[in-house]
Ligand binder design. Sequence first.
Ligand SMILES: Nc1ncnc2c1ncn2[C@@H]1O[C@H](COP(=O)(O)OP(=O)(O)OP(=O)(O)O)[C@@H](O)[C@H]1O
Ligand SMILES: [Mg+2]
Length: 234
Amino acid sequence: MSETDGRTVLAAEALGKGYPLPSGWLQVLENLSLRIGAGEAVSIRGESGSGKSTLLHLLAGLEEPDRGEVLWEGEAIGRWSAARRARERGRRVGMVFQAPHLLPELTAWENVLLAARIAGRADRSARDRAAELLERVGLGDRGRQRPAQMSGGERQRVAVARALLNRPALLFADEPTGNLDESTADAVFALLRQLVLEEGAALVLVTHSERFAGRCDRSCHLERGLLAGGNGVE
Ligand SMILES: Nc1ncnc2c1ncn2[C@@H]1O[C@H](COP(=O)(O)OP(=O)(O)OP(=O)(O)O)[C@@H](O)[C@H]1O
Ligand SMILES: [Mg+2]
């Protein structure tokens, strides 16, 4: 167990977010609150268009809410400048999407290490960790291959290793197993879950899968802009 157990690492307080559409205002999230502790995995489900990706973008600091606040390890990120937010995101946040988004001209190992380069600390220990994570995702001997020479599941495992490189306190995954067959999806999910537990991070997983949701500590449902089951910790 991590020494940070029980601490709230991610909080959203009364978030509101909407978009102007030609047909009028679309209120996507309304007064949404959420708390997640270290080592905790929370799933978010909901119909297509219910706002799952929007919520993830707000929680990851990629978009700003119209109302409310997002707190990373107790700090309100909306008070930071855009530059500071980007810097802190590089250090504290890992993201995995449905598609791996690897750079085709880089090898698997270089793609993983890219996370450290962007955070300005591609030192010896980052290089060692990149190799260790590739090992953990079962690609220890594939580090020198480029994405075009890898299968979809292998690429997604590289993306998972990259997301974890900087030991993020917060890990966001938006349907990370959506493009994978069942057994590869199982392996990717188990790995995310395990690494988050080991490192005392918090995982927010958007998934359509009841199976994976059931294997998270908490399962939330997004409907009409509100989250059912979102308040946890303590
Ligand atoms: N930039 C934008 N401008 C206008 N509308 C947007 C914008 N981004 C998202 N939306 C709308 O907000 C709603 C929520 O979108 P979002 O992508 O969060 O849904 P989702 O739950 O992730 O759906 P899916 O399961 O299909 O990925 C949708 O109706 C979408 O059309
Ligand atoms: Mg989505």
